[in-house]
Ligand binder design. Sequence first.
Ligand code: SF4
Ligand code: SF4
Length: 440
Amino acid sequence: MTSITKPKSTRDFDQQRDLPDAVRVANAMEGFLVEFGPHASSYMNACVRCGLCAEACHFYLTTGEAKYTPIHKLKPFEDAYHRTQSPFSWLAGMVGMAPRLSITELQEWEELIYDSCTLCGRCTLACPMGIDISELVKEARHGMYRAGLLPDRLAQITSNAETKHSPFGEPQEFIDTIHDIEKKYSISLPLDRPEADLLMTLAPGDLEDHQDSIVGVARILDHLKLDWTFSSIAFEATNFGYLSGDLELQGELTCRLIDKAREIGATTILLPECGHAWGAARWEAARWYGGPIDDIRIMHTIELLAENIQSGKIRVRPVGESATFHDPCQQIRRGGLGDAPRVALKALGMELHELEHHRETSFCCGGGGGVLANTRAAPLRQKAFELKRKEVEATGADHFVTSCGQCRLQFDRETEASGWDRQVESLLELVVENMIIEQE
Ligand code: SF4
Ligand code: SF4
């Protein structure tokens, strides 16, 4: 099966910003309208204003500011709905009562949609009406993007993903970095093999900050004797189209992975320790192919660890000591992988001291949904981190572990900024460090 929707990104984001205000508003409305399918319409009608979602959101809880309540973040989306799609929109339009959005209002909401929502889904869990607020915020970003409304740093990274192939850089920069890692760690990393069973992917943060994770995955794949490769044109798993609202880029990045896997005959695409990579590839790839991707397994690294630990193919030395685990939102609450990291921690013999809010109710690290890449959101991120820090300290655990590179980057930054004396650890790296390798 080949992709039936393979969009090509041709937009110039800066040009969109320079358009007349009325055109930008119209473009935003057009973007919102794309999303008003049956599910969004029923959500828009279902809210009973109970306010329960507010107490679920780390940004509202840590600031107390009403504008950060989840349902408030959907205001422009809601206005667009009532203006164009609600059962009485025709009547409201006739009598001039339909809400009219201005570019100023959209600019004010840009901060709410991008800075104060990590798409973590905790509010979705709390809503008694089953409204998926997180999903709606993501869909609202599609309209914002079309109006040229995006935080500067996120716009820059998205542009790199579009023009340079990856936020990390051009394919040649990736190839050079892979060779540097091979030399530094005395390891061989298969690259651009014409055929392989498994296509390994990465996050830019791995190449810059977490090279031990790249080497760790390679050691595990080799230990399992899997037939695998990196691809210099399909290595990028984080999807900045998904995060920015650039739907065309999202499709392009997703299709690049799936189509490359098919080209080399791979039956598995392995995703790195990353949360949104899992959401974009595992749950949204079907959007671009008109149905489920049933010839390729899209697998997360923590699934690989758990399954092979359970089958006995990966054996680890017990570390002992105690650990607490931060559940990355996209992997656990929105991704259903809550058991996998606990299988690995148990195998490591670590006594698990759960955070007060864990598994599906875990609080976000504060940097998901592109918020980590958004420079101006730093004060909000710091506040969200303090919530997590208190919970970690209350456990008294020896180790603070997680399975998402973006969460680690967020914790590392805030740890440094606040002078906290803890260091977050990678679950993958813990497994690799303690993996028993028998000499043949
Ligand atoms: S998805 Fe998370 S960050 Fe966004 S509004 Fe809901 S609880 Fe807050
Ligand atoms: S919890 Fe659900 S129903 Fe209640 S205010 Fe929030 S979105 Fe509306």
